[in-house]
Every structure is written in structure tokens, then in C-alpha cells.
Design a binder for this molecule. Structure first.
Ligand SMILES: NC(=O)c1ccc[n+]([C@@H]2O[C@H](COP(=O)([O-])OP(=O)(O)OC[C@H]3O[C@@H](n4cnc5c(N)ncnc54)[C@H](OP(=O)(O)O)[C@@H]3O)[C@@H](O)[C@H]2O)c1
Length: 439
């Protein structure tokens, strides 16, 4: 057998621990598939004294993870620390500068700095592999970059954040409010103490940004991803959605060179509607292949480590692909249709999305004669036609709920109709407007 592929591993937490476990337990299988052994030669993390889930005593410990980038006996640096800046960024940059292959699960880093890092990796002729960064154990990067290379991709959409999917699934199954399910998810360790990255859609936004780059040959541009999370989703809207034949899911969607994340109504018979709990799923639509669905564990130690090790096997076989499928120097940087405000985590694209869609609208209105007619007049004035309408009887002291779905229209037209509806002076609560997915 040829010389081993030598790994320097930074980060020994959930994913790093999984990588240690797989490389130890599946050493023979991995070596057979890779054509040579894949061996860890050095490890680093923050705290040497911390008790680890797996034995790391046989590996050389390096206090400063940045030193892994210049170890003469390491071929690959595996970065499993996380974060778009700081140590992770410096380590990946230095490793690539030094001509070492890099494997990472860090979607935040690539969503923010993917273009520069891809250019660097490609100029050094080394791999920058990140299968684990999107949808954990699901091989979606490889599917888009290699398996579907013959296709013009029209759309990639999916459930990319397990925490949000868990919260939405549990709200519906147990008929609990968002805040209660979030607290329960935090207690069980499914959601972080600071859950904003997940529930405000930032994590899904990092991921769809990378899928858009692979699908459309555009540079990843996190600030251009229009992002909305699930905080405002209520059980009430879930009940109306069910009545209308839909489930509410948080989707990442890349279409027409534009990536977005938003909660939307998905038809009950769609495969995405059936994805439960912390699972992820991605639907890819290509002109030659048609529609394909990939579903599986989107996070967790072993599923994510499975993707990291797959990247290591690729590198051991000598496979170095352009990072985003298209050479980095040829990636388009003008695919952005929305105005982006700044480049920080919170500075995101705003304004209506151009993609047409059907919409779900729930209005709480004062119970006066003629309200419904006035609402439909406002919609008609914007050439929006109503597809279905629900109005349940209500107690005299309560406001009336009008729930309707529209035929396909634009977000801009809906916004104009809503401002006209507001001007009627009958709306008593902020209206709920959600897109309806056609698949
Ligand atoms: N968890 C998942 O299911 C999952 C799924 C997909 C992708 N990812 C991505 O994988 C990466 C790692 O996630 P994780 O869940 O494994 O994180 P984690 O459990 O928090 O582990 C992070 C590791 O990095 C080390 N670390 C943190 N700051 C450091 C620093 N300044 N210097 C040196 N080491 C430092 C920690 O050291 P100590 O252990 O000594 O504290 C720990 O070993 C992230 O980019 C994440 O987005 C995770």
C-alpha cells in the first residue's frame, strides 16, 4: 500500500470526536477505499485537559491549532472548530497558503470567505473540501458538483436546519407554542443556549449560499441571501395551513441565481412536508435528471464525520475538484438581485424577492360589514386573484380572522395590496404573509 494520508485535526468536539471515532473504528475499510491508510498525526483543541469522547492519547497534541498549518508531516488540515472568523479562518488560510489540503465542516467560514479561500486553494492546487458543511451526512455537495455536473440546475431547495425542523414538527405534533418547544429543544440539547443562528435562519442561509454557488456558478455571497426565520410561526397558522393542505417548513431556496431562506407552506403530499424532526432534505431540479430528493441526518457526530471522512478518502485518492464546481476565477459575482446592506452577520439583503409565488395571508380584522369585500378589492386592484378563503365563526368580542391563499403573484404586488389593506383601518394585528411552495 502507498504512503498514508496524514491528518492534522483541529477541533475535538461533536464532529471532531466523530472523525476520531470513524478513523479508528473503520481504519481498514477507509484504507481499502482510499487506496492507502488515513492516519491522524496531530490534534489540537482549546483545552488539553478536557475529557474526550474518544481516546486521543496516541496522537500528538499541539497547543496552538495554527501550528497545524505548518506541520511538515501533515498532508491535510481538518478544521472542525467553527466560526467565520478567528482561529478557524486563520488556520484554513494558513494551511492553504502552505499548500496543505483542507477539509472543513464550517459553513459560516465558506459563506463569508468562500471565494477568496477557493481562489487560494485552486492557486495552490490543493483541495478545500466541505461536504460536512451542508446537510451533515447527506452528500449534497458531491451530488451537485460531481453527480449532476451534466445538468443545468433550475432550483435547489430544502430543509437545511434540523433545529428549526424539529421545532416546527414538534409544534405541530404536540400542539405546543413556538416558545415552549424552543425551551424544550434547548433542554434536550437540540437547540443552542443562544438559538438565534438557527431560528433566525442564519445557519440555513450559510448553507443555501454554498448550494447556490455550486448550482449556479456564482461566488458565495452571504450578505445577498434574504433570510427570515421561524420566530413568528404560530400554531394557529399551522392549523390553517393544515386545513388548506399544507405544512409549514423553513426552506432554503436557490433559484435564478438568488438564494433565500424563509418559512413557507409546503403541500402535504410533497416529500419535504414529510421530513420530520431534526432531519434535513434537499430537492435538486436539473434539466437532464429531473427532480431528485436527498434526505437524511443533517447533523450529529457520526453523520457529519461520515461526510468529513468521505472528503478525506477523496483527497487520498488524489481527487482535487474546483471548490464550487466552477473554477473560482470564473465564478460570477453579479448574481445578486437584492440590495445587501453591509457584510456583517446581521446585515442582510432586504426588499421583495422577485420570484413569483402563491401566498398565504392571515388577517385579523375588526368585525364590520363589508370587510371581506374591501380586502378582496385591495387584492384585485393589484391583479391578485384569491385561490381559497377561510373565515371561521368567532366570538363577538374577538376579531375576525380572514385566511386566504392567492394564485401566483409577486411579493411586490402583495406588499402594495397589504398597504392598501392597512389603510382601510380595519386590521387589528400584524398580518401574516407566507409564501407557498409549488413542490
Ligand atoms: N455539530 C454538528 O452536528 C455539525 C454539523 C455540521 C457542521 N458542523 C460544523 O462543524 C464545526 C464544529 O462543530 P462542533 O459541533 O463539533 O463544535 P463543538 O462541539 O463546539 O467543538 C468545537 C471544537 O473546537 C475547539 N475550539 C473552539 N475554539 C477553539 C479555539 N479558539 N482554539 C482551539 N480550539 C478551539 C473546541 O475545543 P475544546 O473541546 O477544547 O473546548 C472543540 O473541540 C462547526 O463549523 C460547525 O458549524 C457541526
Amino acid at each position: 500500500m502507498t504512503a498514508p494520508l496524514r491528518i492534522a485535526l483541529a477541533g475535538l468536539g461533536t464532529v471532531g470526536g466523530g472523525v476520531v471515532q470513524i478513523l479508528a473504528q473503520q481504519a481498514e475499510l477507509v484504507a481499502a477505499r482510499a487506496g492507502r491508510p488515513v492516519e491522524i498525526v496531530a490534534v489540537s483543541a482549546r483545552d488539553k485537559a478536557r475529557k474526550r469522547s474518544h481516546d486521543i492519547s496516541t496522537y500528538r497534541w499541539v497547543d496552538d491549532p495554527l501550528l497545524l498549518a505548518s506541520l511538515p508531516d501533515a498532508d491535510v488540515v481538518v478544521e472542525l472548530i467553527g466560526g467565520s472568523e478567528g482561529v478557524a479562518r486563520r488556520l484554513v488560510d494558513a494551511a492553504l497558503q502552505n499548500g496543505k489540503h483542507v477539509v472543513t465542516a464550517n459553513k459560516a467560514l465558506l459563506a463569508h470567505h468562500g471565494l477568496a479561500l477557493a481562489k487560494l486553494a485552486e492557486s495552490r492546487k490543493v483541495a478545500l473540501a466541505y461536504e460536512a458543511a451542508v446537510a451533515g451526512g447527506i452528500p449534497v455537495i458531491k451530488a451537485l458538483r460531481e453527480g449532476l455536473a451534466a445538468n443545468r440546475i433550475s432550483r435547489v431547495s430544502g430543509i437545511l436546519n434540523g433545529t428549526c425542523n424539529y421545532i416546527l414538527s414538534t409544534m405541530w405534533e404536540e400542539k405546543h407554542r413556538f416558545a415552549d418547544v424552543l425551551a424544550q429543544a434547548q433542554a434536550k440539547g437540540f437547540a443552542e443556549a443562544d438559538p438565534s443562528f438557527d431560528i433566525d435562519g442564519v445557519d440555513a442561509s450559510h448553507k443555501i449560499c454554498l448550494l447556490a454557488a455550486l448550482a449556479f456558478g456564482c461566488a458565495p455571497d452571504f450578505a445577498s441571501v434574504r433570510t427570515e426565520g421561524i420566530r413568528r410561526i404560530t400554531l394557529e397558522d399551522m392549523r390553517f395551513a393544515q386545513e388548506l393542505g399544507y405544512r409549514i417548513k423553513l426552506l432554503g431556496v436557490a433559484q435564478d441565481g438568488q438564494a433565500s431562506v424563509y418559512p413557507c407552506l409546503v403541500p402535504l403530499d410533497s416529500p419535504l412536508a414529510r421530513v420530520q424532526g431534526a432531519y434535513n432534505a434537499v430537492v435538486i431540479e436539473g434539466d437532464a435528471v429531473g427532480r431528485i430528493l436527498l434526505e437524511g441526518a443533517g447533523a450529529g457526530a457520526l453523520p457529519t464525520a461520515s461526510a468529513v471522512v468521505a472528503d478525506l478518502v477523496d483527497i487520498a485518492r488524489g481527487h482535487v475538484a474546483p471548490v464550487f464546481g466552477t473554477p473560482a476565477t470564473q465564478l460570477r459575482t453579479s448574481g445578486v438581485r437584492h440590495e445587501a446592506r453591509g457584510t456583517s452577520e446581521n446585515a442582510k439583503a432586504s426588499g421583495p424577492m422577485p420570484q413569483a409565488s402563491s401566498f398565504y395571508l392571515r388577517l385579523a380584522v375588526a368585525d364590520r360589514p363589508g370587510v371581506l369585500a374591501s380586502v378582496t378589492d385591495c387584492l384585485r386592484a393589484q391583479l391578485i386573484s384569491v385561490q381559497s378563503l377561510i373565515q371561521h365563526p368567532h366570538a363577538p368580542e374577538e376579531s375576525a380572522q380572514i385566511v386566504l391563499t392567492t394564485h401566483v403573484t409577486t411579493e411586490a404586488a402583495m406588499a402594495r395590496a397589504l398597504s392598501a389593506i392597512h389603510a382601510l383601518g380595519m386590521v387589528v394585528q400584524e398580518p401574516v404573509l407566507l409564501r407557498i411552495a409549488d413542490h
